[in-house]
Design a protein around this ligand. Structure first.
Ligand SMILES: Cc1cc2nc3c(=O)[nH]c(=O)nc-3n(C[C@H](O)[C@H](O)[C@H](O)COP(=O)(O)OP(=O)(O)OC[C@H]3O[C@@H](n4cnc5c(N)ncnc54)[C@H](O)[C@@H]3O)c2cc1C
Length: 400
């Protein structure tokens, strides 16, 4: 049997290796459009490769996927984070979990993962064809004819692992064979601010804020980082992921509200009661867990005089302070790609895929894996995990 794997990324490699390991006498070829393999793995996690995440409960794991989480339950039942750790361990690669649960190779170098996949593929005699763009696939009675650089080749089984792309036209060849594409848009990005006065505080991070898209119920909680263009950090990245589609519809022009203390207004009013009796100068006595410079910025912004004491605060000033701390609004105009990890929201509709095997429900013998599917996770190794899981399942089921 001959199997074509289209795309030389992590999902394609996992699929090819698993197919060949499951059925040694199968001929497996990876077709890669560029002249390099596993490019994203190499640059991933800031060059360290965040391989997966130490979330070993499937119920908890699926909560990290704004798209595809529910459907992935079936796939994770077959191969999940524990299997990934064991898979690499079997190949002599030790993986280490950090305090925030992100898992990296012990070597702290993505090259370890690249080498592991390349060497395993080589030892299994997987054929690699570089500079081979597939742009047409025709289903026949007993397999598929695929068009590679204007040449037509026949394969019994085909695994598509071409990754995500926010340009809809790159999916045309898959629409031509009857698959539906959920509109691709970017996910995992940072927010550019229109008024950049807060950017003077670049590099500063607030430990726990709630970010909300004004006029919607979309919100998230976590640390926020002020950059020279706007806002970044987990609270923003997670929000950009969960709200990816809504923010694309808004053309990345919207208002984000920051609750700097991550507590509600009533709780803050209660907390302030005692503090308002204090004779300390407000600028010098910051009772909250926010950095000094941010505290000064907030007070200046609502015109609190620098000699004012807590017990001299007028009712209006108190209300301004409460509003600023719990509902500080910023106009966002555009986005910036997060250099550590960005993915595509959208892709092949999951209703058209058997999630236990990754086989197309439209064409028997055709499989999809990785970011080409309408699956994407937040940062933390969840996107690679989706690639390992779906790649493993596509590879295994294509040969049994
Ligand atoms: C900078 C960056 C850092 C990241 N870091 C992390 C991280 O640390 N942890 C994590 O979990 N995720 C990370 N991600 C996300 C992760 O890299 C992707 O989700 C993952 O690579 C998807 O794997 P894939 O194999 O589906 O697609 P890809 O890795 O995109 O591979 C697809 C391959 O298919 C090829 N191809 C495309 N079209 C064709 C065609 N028509 N014919 C032939 N070949 C084709 C492409 O050239 C490419 O080589 C990061 C992403 C980026 C951009």
């Amino acid at each position: 049997m001959r199997i074509a794997v289209i795309g030389g990324g992590p999902a394609g490699f996992m699929a090819a290796i698993t197919a060949k390991k499951t059925q040694e006498n199968t001929e497996v070829t990876i077709f890669e459009k560029t002249n390099s393999l596993l490019r994203k793995v190499k640059v991933s996690g800031g060059g360290r490769c965040n391989v997966t995440n130490a979330t070993f409960s499937i119920s908890k794991l699926i909560k990290n996927y704004p798209r595809g989480g529910k459907q992935l339950r079936k796939s994770f039942n077959e191969f999940h984070t524990t299997d990934t750790v064991n898979w690499f361990k079997e190949k002599g690669i030790a993986l280490v979990a950090e305090d925030d649960k992100r898992i990296f190779p012990q070597s702290n170098s993505s090259q370890t993962i690249v080498n592991c996949l390349l060497n395993t593929a080589k030892s299994l005699k997987i054929i690699i064809s570089l500079k081979s763009t597939v742009n047409k696939i025709i289903s026949t009675k007993d397999g598929f004819n695929i068009k590679i650089n204007n040449q037509s080749l026949f394969f019994e089984k085909v695994i598509i692992a071409t990754g995500g792309n926010s340009k809809k036209e790159t999916y045309n060849w898959l629409e031509e064979i009857g698959h539906t594409i959920n509109k691709p848009v970017p996910s995992l990005f940072t927010f550019n601010l229109k008024n950049k006065s807060i950017c003077d505080l670049m590099g500063l991070s607030a430990p726990n804020v709630i970010t909300t898209i004004k006029g919607s119920k979309l919100k998230n909680e976590g640390p926020l980082l002020i950059t020279h263009w706007g806002f970044s950090g987990p609270a923003i990245l997670k929000l950009s992921s969960w709200a990816a589609r809504d923010l694309a519809d808004l053309k990345y022009e919207f208002v984000v509200a920051i609750n700097w203390l991550a507590i509600n207004e009533n709780q803050l009013r209660n907390d302030l009661e005692k503090i308002l009796k204090s004779k300390k100068i407000i600028y010098n006595y910051n009772p909250f867990k926010i950095p000094k410079r941010l505290w000064a910025f907030i007070l200046q912004n609502i015109n609190i005089k620098d000699c004012k004491k807590w017990n001299e605060l007028s009712k209006k000033e108190k209300n301004r302070l409460i509003n600023k701390l719990t509902n500080d609004e910023y106009r966002v105009s555009g986005k910036t790609t997060y250099k550590e990890e960005f993915v595509t929201c959208g892709g092949i509709r999951l209703e058209e895929i058997q999630m236990k095997t990754m086989e197309s429900k439209i064409h028997k013998g055709l499989y999809f894996t990785g970011e080409i599917l309408d699956i994407d996770g937040i940062t933390g190794g969840f996107n690679f995990q989706a690639a390992w899981t779906s790649g493993y399942l596509a590879g295994k089921n294509s040969v049994i």
